[in-house]
Write a protein that binds this ligand. Sequence first.
Ligand code: CTP
Length: 408
Amino acid sequence: MVIIVGVTGGIAAYKAVHLVRLFIADGHEVHVIPTEEALRFVGRPTWEAISRNPVTTSVHDDVPRVRHVALGQRADLVVVAPATANTMAAMAAGLADDLLGTTLLATTAPVLVAPAMHTEMWNHPATRANVETLRSRGVRLVGPDSGPLTGGDSGPGRMSEPEEIHRAALELLRSAQDLAGLTVAVSAGGTREPIDPVRYLGNRSSGRQGVALAAAAADRGARVLLAAANIEADVLRAAQRPGVEVSTAGSAAELATLMRGAAEEADIVIMAAAVADYRVAELSQEKMTKESGPAPVLTLVENEDILAGLAADRRPGQTIVGFAAETATGEELLARGRRKRKRKGADLLAINEVGWTKGFETADNRLVVIGADGQVVAEASGSKREVAEVLLGAIAELHHGAGAGDAG
Ligand code: CTP
């Protein structure tokens, strides 16, 4: 594998020397890209000697080989260790004023960042916001650890030990393409059931979790068919990348049609959309007005259960994943999730605790994933992208194992 190690200007740069050695010992091709600041801590000859490759910081070196993008394009993994507060701000802003910056913009490989800075800098709202931005784009963080810092102070900010970064990097490489060659159908958003030409019954789902799943699945190598039910354009934009095909649905019936079509091609189906259980029995073709009479009574009829239908019709080897939005907590939350998984026949069910202030329209989420015999196979909390990665890890494991397609 081709691993790029970006080194930025912190005292922990000396520890990155050992990290490079660990990658070399594994047999990887390693290219070190230090920033100018990093070279004040550890010099170029050291990096060249241990990586066995030429080292440059500037986009103006080796121009004929277009090195400023070539390295990023060839990389299987980019690790930035140590990552200073300044570098993380530059990454969040997409700055490209040196070779590391251009490489990070040019790469589609997974990126692992090992922050190192003083506790105050780590806790600063600017750094918190940058970390949030990077995480939501799929950048992984390892550390920082808590402990003594260079100034004699102590707290979170120490770069993780090289062995820990090495372990996280190998894990990321392993999961990086675990959906390669597979087609994943994802529904996201919330359906709207029309009442009349201007009104509908809807729900609070923003589609963020489903969009994060689609983006993460594509980044793990899958072709993704994303059925988007009423998702704002700026939310949907997060899934824009090669490998994601978006189609849009309004009502549950439209979503059902899209998902049935997608499921014919899909190896994995994830129903993350919030689907209305009921629709209005009789649509009013005219806008209802107060002149139409007294307060109307809406008669509702049940919508088809898309997930249950897809699970019942699944092809051998196809993996079907559902979500459950529940307002219960603790054991009752799990019990409801277990009953729902069984009732719908999904292989995995991701249970999501929701409420007036939980689950919707927020950046973060918490999921518990239930498997075929009701056991908890994964738990995740964090940004919707981080949660998506954990769920996809569980899905990939099940799909590649023997368990797919035989949920009871
Ligand atoms: N779902 C579906 N079709 C429906 C309703 C739900 O495919 N008509 C799917 C959702 O996409 C989700 C799962 O079923 O993956 C559970 O959705 P949820 O709203 O939690 O469950 P309901 O079936 O609506 O059950 P209840 O309202 O009783 O909790």
